[in-house]
Design a protein around this ligand. Structure first.
Ligand SMILES: NC(=O)c1ccc[n+]([C@@H]2O[C@H](COP(=O)([O-])OP(=O)(O)OC[C@H]3O[C@@H](n4cnc5c(N)ncnc54)[C@H](O)[C@@H]3O)[C@@H](O)[C@H]2O)c1
Length: 308
């Protein structure tokens, strides 16, 4: 994450697995820890990156924020709405900079959309997140990681909200086919469709499929408006193409959204400006509320209202 960022260097690494901490620190001169509390007590850091599994986000993040230490927290904000609310409250009470790593939220092409769409109404969004990924133990355990819905689908839920506003109601269904194979060690769905009704009246679908190693990926968002048909291409290239108001659109991102997300965080931390991050905790908590509603929709086969 920090390889491409000249403004920061790795000072220390913590992992309950000492080998993994050592591997990450190797060659950097960074000190290693097995307990994040020791790291916070002994190090004089400028910022902290929290990239533990979702059930282990709340404690290190709230502890760091209460010390005034800026935090870049990997998405999702947390596994539960309760943990998310504590992180939001800690960021608010301490006024410490905290960014959540929904990197597509930092895509510069999103800044072009208001100008391209003008007063048009967006009617439909279609997001696809199809491709292989690593079967980490917490990821294949629905209770621990929220499966493909939270781990992968929530990137798109966040993107839909960033492009077209708040979600009111969610429906969802999962395929019974084991596409990925590797999921047999766990209890998560490999392929699912989430349908979102937005406050604007627009509709969105998000399709997630975990496929086998070697299968090609397909990541994108189609945006259909009254006089526009646009496609945001996502990963590995970030592009915006199509037609709006009769004019062809063909643009390429000026920088990788991940780099931009981290750079905006570092600038926000340097300027002590919590509002300058690409995705702040309240925004990521709102995305989690949509994901939690989708999880309930999957479990009940009913439309579920999103908790405000
Ligand atoms: N933004 C993205 O595109 C993106 C991509 C992948 C993962 N992520 C997010 O990053 C986070 C981690 O994912 P990953 O794929 O790196 O998982 P991982 O399982 O590969 O790594 C997590 C590490 O955290 C360590 N760990 C667990 N509990 C800990 C604790 N209490 N203290 C210290 N270390 C602890 C584990 O030993 C492991 O080495 C998740 O929240 C995931 O959603 C984001």
């Amino acid at each position: 994450m920090l390889d491409s960022t000249a403004e920061a260097e790795l000072a220390a690494v913590c992992d309950i697995d000492g080998e993994r901490a050592g591997a990450l620190a190797a060659g950097t001169g960074a000190r290693t820890y097995l307990d994040w509390r020791d790291l916070l007590d002994r190090e004089d850091l400028g910022a902290l990156i929290v990239c533990t599994p979702p059930t282990s986000h709340r404690e290190p993040v709230t502890a760091a924020l209460s010390r005034g230490l800026p935090v870049y927290l990997e998405k999702p904000i947390a596994r539960t709405l309760e943990d998310a609310a504590e992180i939001v409250a800690a960021a608010e009470h301490t006024g410490t900079v905290c960014a959540v790593g929904y990197q597509w939220h930092a895509l510069d092409l999103l800044d072009d959309l208001p100008g391209l769409l003008g007063s048009q109404q967006v009617g439909l969004l279609v997001g696809t997140s199809i491709g292989p990924t690593q079967p980490r133990p917490w990821f294949v355990d629905m209770r621990a990681g929220g499966g493909n819905l939270l781990e992968r689908g929530s990137h798109h839920l966040d993107l839909v909200r960033a492009v077209a506003g708040e979600v009111v109601t969610v429906q969802a269904a999962a395929s019974r086919v084991r596409l990925a194979g590797a999921s047999e060690s766990g209890d998560i769905d490999d392929a699912l469709t989430i349908m979102l009704e937005l406050a604007s009246g627009a509709l969105a679908t998000v399709v997630v499929a975990w496929t086998r190693p070697g299968q090609p990926g397909s990541y994108g968002l189609d945006i259909i408006a009254t006089e526009a048909t646009l496609r945001l291409g996502l990963d590995p290239d970030f592009t915006l193409s199509g037609v709006s108001g009769g004019q062809p659109v063909s643009r390429r991102a000026g920088s990788h959204p991940f780099e931009r997300s981290v750079r905006r965080f570092l600038q926000a931390a340097a300027g002590r400006d919590p509002a300058a991050v690409a995705c702040a905790p309240p925004d990521a908590a709102a995305t989690l509320a949509v994901a939690v509603a989708a999880e309930q929709a999957l479990a009940t086969s009913r439309a579920v209202k999103v908790e405000a």
